[in-house]
Design a protein. Sequence first.
Length: 144
Amino acid sequence: MAWGARLGALLQPGDLVCLYGEIGSGKTTLTKGIVQGVGGIAKEAVTSPTFTLLHIYQGRFPVYHFDLFRIGSLEELEEIGYREYFQGDGICIVEWTEKGEEILPLERLDIFLSFGEREEERKIILKPQGERFRHLCRQLGGKG
Ligand SMILES: Nc1ncnc2c1ncn2[C@@H]1O[C@H](COP(=O)(O)OP(=O)(O)OP(=O)(O)O)[C@@H](O)[C@H]1O
Ligand SMILES: [Mg+2]
């Protein structure tokens, strides 16, 4: 949560963060931290027939949190007009990136989450794609 909040404070509208990691590795928890860092307040949900595909947090600017875990086909994303969300006024965070790989923009911050040795421990690996996100990682204190 704390590290996510640090990242969230550095994000700007137009940024895309793509999360990878198995079930329970902490993708949703990290997203909540990021939302806190952006300064998100209210929340609404955009649902697909069987699950909540998109949570929208309206804060300093909008945060669009896509969870592709139960997506049946990429048409579900077309139906909600996903392109608009990626071109714009807010930041996008994607959970279960694997399921949307074909249509997601390539310039983004990839984050790989995995379990550590202890139950309460997680590992975070950052893979910036493009200059904007390399810059962001340097701001976070990485070596680039
Ligand atoms: N960095 C962390 N350190 C310790 N525990 C964590 C961390 N991140 C998440 N957890 C705990 O792990 C559990 C699963 O977290 P979370 O729901 O965020 O995972 P997820 O990757 O979104 O899972 P899913 O793939 O099911 O959506 C929760 O109980 C959460 O409190
Ligand atoms: Mg989750």
